[in-house]
Design a protein. Structure first.
Length: 87
């Protein structure tokens, strides 16, 4: 199986410097405005994002395609799932 193509996200969100719960709240708001299947790249610096962003994806039905850490910067690549009323 080929790795997902994450080279061209539909949107990029820079949330570095924001503390919990803002990275999740802002990510959720942007994802709600994207079409199902769209890819969002989120960059954050809050250490809690390592727990919070994957949990949000799981709870909201989005796919966490990649999670990377470089220094103090965390990068999450998320594919938007369909909401229950969109299926």
């Amino acid at each position: 199986m080929a790795a997902p193509d994450t080279s061209a996200p539909d949107q990029h969100l820079d949330l570095k410097g924001l503390k919990c719960p803002l990275p999740v709240l802002r990510s959720r708001k942007v994802l709600a405005g994207l079409r199902p299947g769209a890819v969002l790249v989120v960059e954050a610096s809050d250490p809690m994002s390592v727990i919070d962003i994957p949990h949000m994806c799981s709870e909201d039905g989005h796919a966490l395609l990649a999670q990377d850490k470089t220094g103090n910067s965390l990068r999450f690549t998320i594919r938007r799932g369909a909401q229950k009323n969109e299926v």
